[in-house]
Design a protein around this ligand. Structure first.
Ligand code: NAP
Length: 264
């Protein structure tokens, strides 16, 4: 067995991307704390990884839209000194337009994709900073920068994950704590069934297998990459986008309106 790299706490580990992170991280040498609502599916994932790797794996049944459950996981992140990696993968999406969506379901999505991710980050970061090491991996989505795709609230939640990660990275520079944000495109998981559009309805050319997605994201992590977009082949496109954003940053706040808004 490999020497332990510490413990990785993975949310959304009962299926899809989170379950694959769990598998790959255990093979790399992490012990695991796996979090999701389905105790049975979590235990199945844990048992398979235990028998393949012999690592120590604990499961925590938690609904991360419920304050009390978030508090239990947050407490663990604050006080378990073995935890060296937080993977925020739990998330749900939707494909329906605003006119066809139930606002209560949208609020639930925000609770999970935004509020839970924020609260768990606030629990993990001070502990990591105190130990001058640790990493947070936030699973966003390409809809963070293409919100016209899928449901607008879903896009908004993932834009939050990207913006929050950008800010975290800025704040944590020099602390020894690494932040990575992953922007998957369409990935073959249960996500699409839950979101209301089976993945088989998408063109095959735009759908990535979940294991390929996670392996690519982990390659990005091993290179200390900040933004990882596994499906984007021409990385200079992101670089140009980011360069344009940063060039504009210093010009956005000024003491008078731009000439185009001044009365003739
Ligand atoms: P998935 O297979 O449906 O996995 C979602 C995970 O989140 C499951 O483990 C689910 O477990 C957990 N979860 C759902 N609601 C929860 C809650 N209230 N509390 C705690 N855990 C909850 O989908 P996935 O594709 O792996 O999604 C993982 C992440 O990738 C999400 O953040 C998603 O937005 C993002 N993403 C996915 C795609 C894609 O095309 N698949 C693309 C871009 C981004 P339980 O049901 O057991 O709770």
């Amino acid at each position: 067995m490999l020497t332990s790299l510490g413990t990785a706490l993975v949310t959304g580990a009962s299926s899809g991307i989170g379950a694959l992170y769990a598998d790959r991280l255990a093979r790399l040498g992490y012990d695991l704390v796996l979090v999701a609502r389905s105790a049975e599916r979590l235990e199945q994932v844990a048992a398979a990884i235990r028998s393949a790797t012999g690592r120590t794996i604990e499961t925590v049944k938690a609904d991360l839209t419920i304050g009390g459950d978030i508090a239990i996981v947050a407490e663990r992140l604050r006080h378990d000194h073995r935890i060296s990696l937080l993977v925020n993968s739990a998330g749900t999406g939707a494909t329906a337009s605003l006119l066809e969506s139930d606002p209560r379901m949208m609020s639930e999505m925000i609770a999970l994709n935004v509020d839970a991710l924020m609260q768990l980050s606030y629990a993990a970061v001070p502990a990591f900073v105190a130990r001058q090491q640790g990493a947070i991996v936030n699973i966003a989505s390409i809809v963070a920068i293409t919100p016209e795709t899928l449901n607008g609230v879903y896009g908004g939640t993932k834009a939050f994950v990207l913006a929050f990660s950008q800010s975290l990275r800025h704040e944590l520079a020099g602390t020894g704590v690494h932040v990575q944000v992953v922007l998957p495109g369409a990935t073959a998981t249960d996500f699409w069934n839950v979101a209301g559009l089976p993945v088989e309805h998408l063109p095959e050319t735009i759908v990535m297998p979940a294991d390929a997605l996670v392996d690519a994201a982990l390659t990005g992590l091993s290179r200390h990459e900040f933004v990882t977009i596994p499906g984007l082949h021409d990385a200079t496109q992101w670089d140009a986008y980011e360069t344009a954003r940063q060039a504009m940053a210093g010009n956005l706040s000024t003491s008078r309106p731009a000439d185009r808004y001044l009365a003739a």
